[in-house]
Design a protein around this ligand. Structure first.
Ligand code: 3H9
Length: 671
């Protein structure tokens, strides 16, 4: 097998080149090649300095994650990095693309670093539930200080080449297209400089104030995660006067601890799940995509406006249609306000706001959609209304235009059937707020064309969404799984639990909110029959009294002016009335029972969805729940969680409470 590492000689400079597509991950063959190449350079008297660079789209994007959890092949990355640093001849890292994780650590072992202006440098291991385990937590603070090391390791976002230059993590920014030759010239310039700068020999200054402030600022963000605290502890260790060797030993033991834990397994699962979700099993990868240069959105409400923003932000012009001038003006106004708020936070330039708004065409004229390559209907959930719209679109839109519905429950096949082109019809279910939430459920109708599906999946990537394909089923993947949870939460309430107790269990589990907090946020009146005299459920009773949730200041909770919730004595009365009226037997409800009756049924529903072929794979279900509903990342999604809990335990819990258990869950064949 040929090595992914080759060397080139440019007079007295040896260039070590990695060619390991797609992202130059530092797998065993790369590590072996790097170690051999360094030895080769050291052994050759004609060589005065070395350069390490990568072919392809990026510098090393980190350790090869597919090797994790398998027996390690020598040499390990820490050994290779130490070998580079120990070299008696200067070694220069030539960085382009993204030097991430182990890739960043390779650069820190080098004595010098040059980078292209567009390069990014970072240690995203924390996002995999890990920490930089090849010296990164010890070398970054020694070069760039504790404060930046905390940002880079515990948050994991990469920094620009310019910021790295300012922090000393890069020594020179070179030409975008002349990296290879500029790096050689730099190496030659440094060939005789001694002593060689070695990060491990530097001293990091302790900065307890920065550590305390960082912990406080990020407490919410880090809630429930193990890895950020371990990253912080390692960075602290680098600056507490310990020797480099002791710091490395601590980093190693923390890395191994995290690596063997369930959180990192869950986060690594998500990394691959997210990428897998983009693949549609029975659509060839070379299918010709339809060009999407102009998008139409029907409905300028919260949903339509949010959907439009995704495309405007990606530079795709949008025509947005409404029935009334007032609604149109309000919708366009909200879009502008949202962009201006982003600009006020410094995350957008004023000219970008104007460019996005300039690409928006608000209109009352439905016929303006004739020019669009994709039209997304985002009106309220009513089949007749949707059918009416799609019938009109069928006559109006140009041939080849994709016709999408943002329905969150309804039958996309039924909608498609009222057109003469069902192959052009697809569901695009965005989540609210649509300009923020990352999930897009792409609903594949029975007749949806493969090129339509592939085009929408590619478009999702362009607008920075994580897309998951769902089949036609009531509520698709996410909302269908939500239903049994809501039903059980109401039953638990009737049997003796309080909304606070149920919500608390969900928040402790890591969800952003519980079922009743969610109802209050979404609106208790959603789906209500609107007859205050017809009171058949607790929900009806709440809605009849105007307890519609946060928007009316009261729902399952009472809210103050700052929307802070408190338990509601009135809700307790309503619930007590219902319990008495129905004679529902009461019992002490434990937190475990809440888990078994609200979370296990979601897993069961997920298994049924998979059995029916309405989701492609279990990991897609996980992606839906993590990106659409805030399922804790460190639990890997409901299906991963069930597996890590043990299917037997979940089945036993479901049976205890009388649920009909999905076959694939019972026999552990969920895929
Ligand atoms: C680490 O370094 C630990 C060390 O500190 C200590 C060691 C002792 N390994 O994302 P894309 C695959 S931990 C294996 O679609 P993009 C990916 O699955 C690592 N495979 O491309 C996909 O495969 P497929 C720290 C990897 O252009 C293909 O490459 N580093 C790895 O949108 C294309 O990926 C990270 O966490 C990997 N490291 O984004 C960085 N990376 O085509 C992780 C990617 O079969 N990587 N693949 O689906 C990334 O963030 C992005 O891939 C990157 C490119 C930004 C580089």
């Amino acid at each position: 097998m040929t090595s992914p590492i080759r060397t080139e000689r440019h007079d007295d400079v040896m260039v070590i080149i990695s060619d390991n597509p797609p992202v130059n991950a530092l797998g065993a063959a790369v590590r072996q090649g790097l170690a051999a190449a360094i030895t080769e350079g050291l052994d050759d008297d004609a060589i005065a300095a070395m350069v390490i660079r990568c072919d392809g789209r990026t510098f090393f994007a980190g350790a090869d994650i597919t090797e994790f959890g398998k027996p390690m092949q020598e040499p390990g990355l820490p050994t290779v990095v130490d070998m580079i640093e120990a070299s008696s001849k200067p070694v220069v890292a030539a960085i382009h693309g993204t030097a991430l994780g182990g890739g960043c650590e390779v650069t820190l072992g080098c004595h010098y670093r040059v980078a292209t202006p567009s390069a990014k440098i970072g240690t995203p291991e924390v996002k995999l539930g890990l920490l930089p385990g090849a010296g990164g937590t010890q070398r970054i603070p020694r070069i760039a200080g504790v404060a930046l090391a905390l940002e880079m390791t515990a948050k994991g976002d990469p920094i620009s080449a310019k910021k790295a230059l300012d922090a000393g993590l890069v020594d020179r920014i070179v030409g975008e297209d002349t990296l290879a030759e500029d790096a050689i010239a730099f190496a030659r310039e440094m060939a005789e400089h001694r002593p060689l700068p070695r990060a491990s020999e530097k001293i990091a200054k302790p900065d307890p104030d920065a550590v305390a402030a960082f912990r406080k600022e990020n407490a919410r963000r880090f809630r429930g995660f193990e890895a950020p605290a371990a990253n912080i502890a390692c960075v602290e260790k680098a600056a507490d006067g310990s020797s480099f060797a002791d710091g490395i030993a601590f980093e190693r033991s923390e890395f191994m601890r995290l690596m063997s834990g369930t959180q990192s397994a869950a986060q690594r699962h998500l990394f691959f799940a997210e990428r897998q979700a983009a693949k549609v099993d029975d659509v060839p990868t070379d299918v010709k995509l339809r060009p999407i240069n102009k998008v139409g959105v029907i409905g300028a409400g919260t949903m339509g406006g949010g959907i439009a923003m995704n495309f405007l932000s990606a530079g795709v012009p949008v025509t947005i249609v409404e029935m009334q001038q007032e609604a149109l003006d309000r919708g366009a106004g909200v879009i502008r306000k949202n962009y201006e708020a982003t600009a006020a936070k410094g995350r957008m330039k004023p000219e970008q706001v104007e460019a996005a708004m300039g690409a928006l065409t608000p209109t009352l004229d439905f016929a303006a959609l004739a020019e669009c390559d994709l039209v997304i209907e985002a009106v309220y959930e009513n089949m007749d209304v949707k059918k009416d719209i799609f019938t009109k679109l069928d006559t109006l839109c140009k041939p080849g235009a994709i016709l999408a519905s943002n329905t969150s429950y309804l039958n996309v096949d039924e909608i498609a059937a009222c057109t003469k082109r069902p192959e052009d019809v697809v569901g695009m279910h965005f989540f609210s707020p649509a300009n923020v939430m990352k999930l897009l459920e792409v609903v594949r109708g029975e007749k949806t064309g493969p090129d339509v599906l592939a085009t929408v999946m590619a478009l999702a990537k362009k607008i920075k969404k994580v897309a998951v394909v769902a089949g036609v089923t009531y509520g698709f993947i996410g909302n269908r799984m939500l239903m049994p949870r809501q039903v059980e939460a109401m039953k638990l309430l009737m049997e003796g639990a309080t909304p606070e107790q149920i919500d608390k269990v969900h928040v402790a589990f890591g969800m952003p909110m519980g079922p009743f907090q969610m109802s209050d946020l979404a609106g208790v009146d959603i789906g209500w029959h609107r007859d205050p005299t017809r009171i058949e459920s607790i929900r009806d009773a709440l809605a009849a009294e105007g307890r519609w949730g946060q928007k009316t200041g009261k729902g399952f909770y009472d809210y103050d002016e700052k929307r802070q919730p408190t338990p509601s004595p009135r809700v307790a009365e309503i619930v007590a009335d219902f319990r008495a009226k129905t004679g529902t037997p009461q019992h002490e409800i434990t937190d475990q029972e809440i888990v078994e009756r609200t979370l296990y049924p979601m897993v069961n529903e997920g298994a049924l969805i998979l059995e029916e072929g309405k989701a492609q794979r279990a990991s897609d279900v996980d992606v839906v729940w993590i990106y659409g509903y805030g399922w804790p990342v460190y639990r890997g999604g409901p299906m991963f969680w069930a597996q890590s809990e043990g299917y037997d335990k979940v089945v036993a819990g479901l049976e205890k409470h009388g649920f009909a258990v999905a076959e694939s869950l019972r026999d552990g064949t969920i895929k």
